[in-house]
Design a binder for this molecule. Structure first.
Ligand SMILES: [Zn+2]
Length: 383
């Protein structure tokens, strides 16, 4: 069974720091003039101005929060491991027009030019739970736009026929067009898209910056107690992709979407490993589970880092892939001929937790508080 032994004091400090930064976030949709408020915003704006980028921290207009909920199912997507593609945008950025993005659509196998904001809406509609409150949609829109702008500055075009970005969630970001969504969900799809467009329009042009560069704004469906750092999951350390506490388990309305349970009989379990060529496990086909399975190590964020199965070491990620688990944050229960995995969260766990964003929005937090929480140390700029 899993034991949680690592203190989360550091994460708490990071979270508090991020919350302070949230106060400093102030953004607005107009670019000229660029009013700022508060010492933090003023400092941030001056930093941005001094390097001559087109991104600026500006004041945020209060708006009417829309708390209407909608209901529609969503395909759970595994966001990209984009951290491996970390590369800065060069000094020509301020001369660049980000209004159009070249998108490679894997379904139609074609490249098309799309207005950036329309592209962002299609990704938010595909990636975010469709019953999300407005502030969570807005946070997701900023994350999606940030990744798109980041990719527009990178030389990945050869990977998608010259396009900046593709519609594969495993490579770039998921995508669903208005027509596809309404064809599938009818009036409900129209309603979802309208809400997404509202969130996109109200955050138009806003992106997340760290050291004046668009960040790797990765996200995932949900985490348990805390998110994971990029270093823990992919090996590359980024200052703003660190483990932070997340709130979805404290929201009773979300709990059932975070906790999941899946069981295997001994035959099912063994055949999954056998199909991967691990035949040593066959010698345990009549043995109780606890004699050949143990969790050896937990990660910094409390996820399963390594296990030993039939004498061989498997990382939590390997086990997750072999068994199709929702995350590496799991506990194991044994019965005579059954093993049960109780998982918390869904996805790699790095960056913004979508259900965590929903939980914060349900508590009345703003999209910039959500972003400051999950991408600590970043600031909001406008392209
Ligand atoms: Zn791609």
């Amino acid at each position: 069974m899993k034991k949680r032994t690592l203190p989360r004091v550091i994460m708490t400090v990071i979270t508090l720091f991020a919350s302070c930064l949230a106060v400093a976030y102030s953004v607005k949709m107009q670019t000229d003039p660029l009013p700022v408020s508060g010492v933090y915003s003023d400092t941030l704006y001056n930093r941005l101005s001094s390097v001559g980028t087109s991104a600026s921290a500006v004041e945020y207009d209060e708006y009417e929060a829309d708390d209407t909920y909608i209901g529609a199912d969503k395909k759970e997507a595994e966001p990209t491991s984009a951290v491996a593609r970390e590369a800065p945008i060069d000094g020509t950025r301020n001369a660049r027009d980000y209004s159009v993005v070249k998108v490679f659509n894997h379904r139609t196998k074609s490249v098309s030019d799309m207005p950036l904001e329309e592209y962002v809406a299609c990704v938010v509609a595909a990636e975010m739970p469709s019953d999300s409150p407005a502030e969570a949609f807005r946070a997701q829109a900023v994350a999606v736009r940030t990744l798109a702008v980041k990719y527009m500055g990178e030389a990945k075009k050869s990977e998608h026929m010259g396009a900046d970005i593709c519609t594969d969630s495993g490579h770039c970001q998921s995508f669903v067009s208005y027509d596809e969504l309404t064809k599938k969900y009818g009036e409900r799809g129209k309603d979802v898209f309208q809400r997404v467009e509202n969130a996109v329009n109200s955050t138009r042009g806003l992106i997340l910056l760290y050291e004046n560069q668009p960040i790797v704004a990765v996200f995932h469906a949900s985490s348990g107690a805390s998110t994971a750092s990029s270093k823990e999951v992919w090996g590359g350390s980024l200052d703003y992709l660190v483990s932070v506490e997340t709130a979805e388990l404290s929201d009773d309305s979300l709990r059932d979407r975070v906790i999941s349970e899946v069981s295997f009989t001994r035959e099912e379990f063994i055949s999954k490993f056998e199909s991967k060529g691990f035949n040593d496990i066959l010698q345990y086909k009549d043995s109780p589970f606890h004699t050949f399975i143990s969790v050896k190590e937990l990660s910094e964020s409390g996820r399963v880092a390594s296990t030993v199965i039939a004498g061989r070491s498997f990382s939590g990620k390997e086990l997750r892939a072999i068994l199709g688990l929702r995350s590496t944050d799991f506990e194991i229960g044994f019965e005579e001929n059954k093993i049960t995995f109780i998982t918390r969260g869904y996805g790699h766990g790095v960056g913004m937790s979508q259900l965590g964003a929903v939980a914060m929005a349900n508590k009345g937090e703003s999209f910039y508080s959500i972003l400051a929480k999950y991408y600590p140390g970043t600031i909001i700029g406008i392209i």
